[in-house]
Design a protein. Structure first.
Length: 385
């Protein structure tokens, strides 16, 4: 049973003795009895609530623990694993690597986030780094190393909508004209299909059906290690999809395949015929073309954003857009692009007015219900007389 006594070898100190939830006897010494009483009360409350943790476990270095959590996390593509490890090493461990798990407090995390902002990191990058940090503490709680996570009441920088670039159709043409001709069709395909860059890089000739105007998305290329690009599965089941493509794009792709045949069966490849590497493509071809045509900032992923904006402008439904992009649900479309629907309601009301007007014309009745006599009918009656 838990109790407080004078320390047998140091009568001026007080010792708390208790049994932990696993049946092991434990003790802790204090200079003042009141501190011992407070500690014992805290321990008993933690045991009742199931929140007690081994004090020694919380002394584990965050860096050791976070690396273990990162390396043992299952079901990740090689590219995702490499990215997470890079974020952990470069953004998280320099601040928290040598700190004990139990010694990290919410304000430490707030200061860290503010520092990342001051150093110019984008909100999306900070959010990803925080996600890795938070996961490590969440697993530590689940494994009983700490009682609760310090990731509480943490506000992340707002991911401003302005980070997304929506190109006009004219800007797309300017960009396609400015880039190396080998990648003109890639720009147009990205814009008018909404494929991710990895899906564009992994698109194979046998997945194109230019007669039926469709293409099949069922794999993507991603980086493995520091340089190798490999084919891999898509992000989700819904990402496997067959989508329609406009007639002009079929013509552009036919010209592209004729002018730039690849030794492999990839639709888009570099000059030596190998698979496209995102970083190399962006540095050597994309960035110079953007500078020469539409002005930065603009990323290849903005072609996907532009495709969504075009579909919304054509009054396509969130369900159709989600299916075309390969999203699991419409929530992503509405959360990310919902502001683009702000003008849709007005256009819909104008459409309803037009339908009503056409209906009245067809029935030759005015809005107050009276009959309308057409000019042709008057002429016919006059001739009959």
């Amino acid at each position: 049973m838990a109790h407080i006594r004078r320390h047998p070898k140091a009568p001026h100190r007080w010792q708390v003795r208790y049994v932990d939830p696993y049946g092991k006897e434990r003790s802790k010494n204090f200079a003042r009895r009141i501190d011992a009483e407070k500690y014992l009360h805290t321990v008993e409350v933690q045991k009742i609530r199931g929140e007690w943790t081994d004090p020694a476990a919380g002394k584990t270095r965050f860096g050791d623990w976070a690396v273990q959590v990162d390396t043992t996390r299952p079901n990740r593509r090689d590219s995702t694993r490499a990215r997470d490890s890079s974020y952990l090493r470069s953004l998280v461990l320099p601040t928290f690597g040598d700190v004990e798990l139990a010694a990290v407090h919410p304000n430490d995390i707030r200061v860290w986030i503010a520092d990342l902002q001051d150093r110019g990191y984008a909100p999306a990058t900070i959010a990803k780094a925080y996600q890795i940090l938070s996961r490590a503490f969440r697993v530590a709680v689940a494994d009983g190393l700490i009682a609760r996570t310090p990731c509480r009441e943490i506000k992340l920088p707002k991911n401003d909508r302005d980070e997304k670039r929506f190109l006009t159709a004219t800007e797309v043409e300017q960009l396609a004209d400015a880039i190396d001709p080998r990648y003109r069709a890639l720009i147009l395909t990205g814009t008018y299909t909404g494929l991710r860059f990895g899906e564009l890089a992994g698109l194979r000739t046998n997945k194109l059906d230019l007669l039926r105007r469709t293409l099949r998305v069922d794999e993507q290329l991603s980086r493995q290690g520091s340089w190798r690009m490999v084919a891999g599965p898509l992000k989700s089941k819904k990402a496997y999809r067959t989508i329609g493509i406009p007639t002009f794009l079929c013509e552009e792709l036919a010209i592209h395949l004729s002018e730039f045949p690849s030794a492999s069966d990839l639709v888009f490849s570099h000059a030596q015929g190998g698979p496209l590497d995102y970083n190399r493509f962006r540095r050597r071809h994309w960035n110079p073309a953007v500078e020469a045509s539409v002005d930065p900032p603009c990323t290849p992923h903005d072609l996907r954003h532009t495709h969504v904006a075009m579909l919304i402008a054509e009054n396509q439904s969130p369900r159709y857009i989600a299916d075309r992009l390969g999203h699991e649900s419409t929530r992503t479309v509405l959360d990310v692009y919902g502001h683009l629907y702000e003008g849709v309601d007005e256009a819909a009301m104008e459409g309803l007015d037009r339908l009503r007007s056409e209906a009245l014309t067809d029935t030759r009745r005015t809005p107050d219900g009276s009959n309308v006599v057409s000019m042709n009918s008057e002429n016919a009656n006059h001739q009959a007389l």
